[in-house]
Design a protein around this ligand. Structure first.
Ligand code: DX5
Ligand code: ZN
Length: 218
């Protein structure tokens, strides 16, 4: 059974102290840092871009798990790769050629990931499973933290786990949205091994981050 890793989403962090927040997450035992990039076009919210990723890079050695909720996504891949992203995860709806986009991320020397919205069928991963190091299943509609978990996506997580097992490749199965003490057992039982959590990690402030992360590991 792969160890469950935690990738706190900084969308729920104190944006006036992001560097210190990232250092606190590192100290609290996070495995990745999940950076939600939103452009107000692909999703109805705007967050941050490559300059912020670059500014945050020196604050931790943890891998930056960059979730691009932007479209068109292709023109910005290089900028995020240069800014310090380690994994770049993209939505198939955010450009015309998802296969080429994932090839481009690999060519930049980064870990390519594909992310499925609640309305996107699981078979979207079939043509590109050989190209990715990560499959991300959204359990909320993208754009905001603090939303309620969409339980219908548990079946999709199981289906993704089956496809990944059959592929024989080492591919992280990440779940993002409404992951907390109430939903985490179902998510892990469905086969996820990398959990994004914003609200559940940041609640209670920096003194609680380590306990919140440990609680999510189950
Ligand atoms: C939503 C983002 C998620 C979100 C998770 O579009 O992709 O990463 O920040 O936040 P919580 O854990 O609060 O649902
Ligand atoms: Zn995310």
């Amino acid at each position: 059974m792969t160890k469950v890793r935690i990738s706190p989403s900084i969308l729920s962090a104190d944006f006036s102290r992001l560097g210190a927040e990232i250092e606190a997450l590192d100290k609290a035992g996070a495995d990745f840092i999940h950076i939600d990039v939103m452009d107000g076009h692909y999703v109805p919210n705007i967050t941050l871009g490559p300059p912020i990723v670059k500014a945050l890079r020196p604050h931790t050695k943890l891998p930056f798990d960059v979730h691009l909720m932007i479209s068109p996504v292709d023109p910005f891949l290089e900028a995020f790769a240069e800014a310090g992203a380690d994994g770049i995860t993209v939505h198939p709806e955010a450009g015309p050629h998802i296969h080429r986009t994932l090839q481009h991320i690999r060519a930049l020397g980064k870990r390519p990931g594909i992310v499925l919205n609640p309305g996107t069928p699981i078979d979207h991963i079939d043509p590109v499973l050989d190209l990715v190091d990560l499959v991300l299943i959204m359990t909320v509609n993208p754009g905001f933290g603090g939303q309620s978990f969409i339980y219908s996506q548990l079946k999709k997580i199981e289906a993704a786990a089956e496809r990944i097992a059959k592929s024989g490749r080492h591919i992280d199965l990440e779940v993002d949205g409404g992951v907390n003490a109430k939903t985490v057992k179902d998510v892990i039982n469905a086969g996820a091994d990398l959990l994004v959590a914003g609200t559940a990690v940041f609640q209670g402030g920096p003194d609680q981050y380590a306990a919140n992360i440990t609680a999510l590991r189950g």
